[in-house]
Design a protein around this ligand. Sequence first.
Ligand code: F0G
Length: 374
Amino acid sequence: MTGHYTGLINRYRARLPVSEATPVITLNEGDTPLVEFFNLPKLLRKKVRILGKFEGLNPTGSFKDRGMTMAVSKAVESGSQAIICASTGNTSASAAAYAARAGIRCFVLIPEGKIALGKLSQAMMHGSVVIQIRGNFDDGMRLVQELAETMPLDIVNSINPFRLQGQKTIAFEVLQALGDAPDYHALPVGNAGNISAHWIGYSEAVGKRCGSCNQCENDCPHLRDKLATRRPIMIGYQASGAAPFMRGHMVDEPETVATAIRIGHPVSWDMAWAAKNESGGWFDERTDEEILHAQKLLAESEGIFCEPASAASIAGVCKDLERGLIGDGSTIVCTLTGHGLKDPDTAIEQSTKPVVVDAKRGAIESVIAQHLPQ
Ligand code: F0G
């Protein structure tokens, strides 16, 4: 790569359904760090490599930007003036930012009182029309689909196939960083678009399947330029209160502290099952307590602050290592889907409160003395 990085559409143009005519609406998303954890394996006493793909470092602080650059670019290409989404927060933040960038209108439907503060502030700050509904994400998703039938609105939720096309690029980045696929790739599952997108990316990278263009019969660049020799085992973790994939059916009243994945009727149901089955992977669930513990553990042991939903992958992998489901010698990539700063309330609630002292040297000295390493 030469020159400065200008976002994932330009980087992966040959692997995406774009043409010269597509206006590239970008905030230079993607190219996120794949950070190896050195302390976590020691704490777990396991001889494994665990790496976090820190998607919280995307421009609006979550992986949604990968899908949104594609969805908004294609919407603008088709002449759309307005986009709409239902969201647990991150999609709305991303849609609002990319709509601002494109100069089009953005409408977001969010569950009243159930989205993290940072995400709400983003949607408001970027000038989208924020509609809080007395209902959950699943209600919003249904309403968005009804509205788009009759109103001039492009849906930018992951039922928009361009979203998954953008999000599949995470797999390419992991493969290029590691040289080949990790043994396992773990991530949180809510509406299930992201696990589906990961699998599309990994599959295309080994030439297994190609949803990106119509040249595959002849001279498809996806099949020609393989990025990997194999695909990882996919593991999808859900919050126990919102775990339709574990129950085997839709859940009507999802509830979890990880509000990003407070979803009971995932739209990409079939594709997510295919990702799990084709990869030989599994779904599992973690309690809110386990999720928050993992979020804190990662923040304190590795210096990485991810949001609660993202920590479901860490909670998931820690327990599956302890149980021996993931063996010694494995390389595991965890997608850390969003930044911890998105949800300051939850972070502050579970942390030691700051001490308050007089602005005097002695008072501060005694606090420091209590905490200095012995
Ligand atoms: N992690 C975070 C931080 C999320 O925001 C989401 C989804 C997921 C994981 C789950 O990804 O839905 O593709 O399975 N957030 C959506 C939103 C639903 O509206 O922001 P998924």
